[in-house]
Design a binder for this molecule. Structure first.
Ligand SMILES: [Zn+2]
Length: 339
């Protein structure tokens, strides 16, 4: 039986030693990573998710919805520690693999759906780049600043080339040129961006099906999955407001919660927290590594998360993160993490 080896004594206390709560972050569930391991950190196996939820529940951690998470923060709830599960982007496996696990475990969850992915009009560009590098011995990239060649014969070279390319596309060209470059790459190397999106991500009918699950909350994740901090204020606000409007149109309910695409320093800062609030959301999550503290009551648009990383699929790793030990390590000594 899963978790049967767990010590009775450990059941007495929640593993959340620091803070009042935790928001878990997932992307893909149940999909094996590419052979080269590229993007493997974004995918966890269903077995691991089930074992983790089971052990965390047995050890006394409470799982609540995002609405309740925010209510507890607002009311300064101090009793039992709590957590909530979130999944970014709207991958189909969230419905096919993860939802049945959440249902069996009675764990509420939030899917942050990017409307452009649901319509197959936006590109999962980091996966496209990953697929190309995975399949090619070398990749030649053309941008406004010229042609660059990336050798990607071995697994190590592929990992290195992927890191270099993603870095270039996320920092040396703007968000719009990034998409143009990836589209050109996709054409050159025979990868169909729209077909990839349709294969990977839930369409609107599937999102409607997901939304019917009483355990499921659908949150917003922009129109095009741009790094908002790299857009003008007007463009960034439009990404938030319009995505909420489309989700409401398609699903019949206005989303209250929001996740910043990428969610790191170069994608979401102070300006973006103002924008998310102005767009009418109740909360917004980043990808900064941290636990919820009572003071997050005043920072509901800058909530950190605990990533369930595909490269570290061990329950004890997650328990170490929940202890709070890794938070100052990842945040220059800070325990209280915002943007
Ligand atoms: Zn995302």
């Amino acid at each position: 039986m899963i978790g049967a080896h767990y010590s009775g004594l450990a059941n007495l206390a929640s593993p959340l030693l620091d803070g009042c709560g935790a928001i878990f972050m997932l992307h893909r569930v149940g999909n094996p990573p590419l052979e080269s391991g590229i993007n493997g950190f974004l995918s966890v196996q269903g077995d691991f998710l089930q074992q983790l939820l089971c052990e965390l529940k047995q050890s006394g951690l409470l799982f609540v919805s995002m609405d309740e998470t925010i209510d507890r923060l607002k009311s300064g709830h101090k009793d039992e520690k709590y957590s909530t599960v979130t999944l970014d982007d709207g991958y189909r496996d969230n419905l096919e693999v993860a939802a049945p696990i959440f249902s069996q475990m009675q764990v509420p969850y939030t899917i942050y759906a990017c409307t452009g992915f649901a319509s197959a009009g936006a590109s999962l560009w980091w996966e496209i780049v990953g697929e190309i590098i995975n399949a090619q011995p070398s990749v030649s990239l053309q941008s406004k600043s010229g042609t660059q060649n990336f050798v990607c014969g071995t697994s190590a070279e592929k990992q290195h080339a992927y890191g270099a390319l993603v870095n270039l596309l996320s920092s040396q060209v703007d968000e719009f040129e990034q998409r143009q470059i990836v589209s050109k790459l996709a054409k050159t190397y025979g990868v169909d961006e729209a077909a990839h999106c349709k294969e990977a991500v839930m369409d609107w009918d599937e999102l409607r099906k997901a939304a019917k699950d009483p355990l499921c909350t659908i949150g917003a994740h922009t129109l095009n999955h741009y790094a908002l901090a790299r857009l003008s204020r007007e463009e960034a606000l439009n990404e938030c407001v319009e995505s909420a409007r489309i989700l409401e149109n398609e699903l019949g309910e206005k989303p209250k919660h929001f996740a910043y695409p990428y969610g790191g320093k170069t994608a979401a800062g102070e300006r973006e927290t103002d924008i998310a609030e102005e767009a009418g959301f109740t909360s917004a999550v980043t990808t900064r590594h941290g636990l919820l503290q009572a003071n997050h009551k005043a920072h509901l648009f800058a909530l950190p998360r605990i990533s369930l990383n595909g490269e570290f699929q061990r329950v004890h790793y997650v328990k170490t993160m929940l202890s709070g030990f890794t938070v100052p390590v990842a945040n220059r000594g800070k325990r209280f993490v915002t943007v």
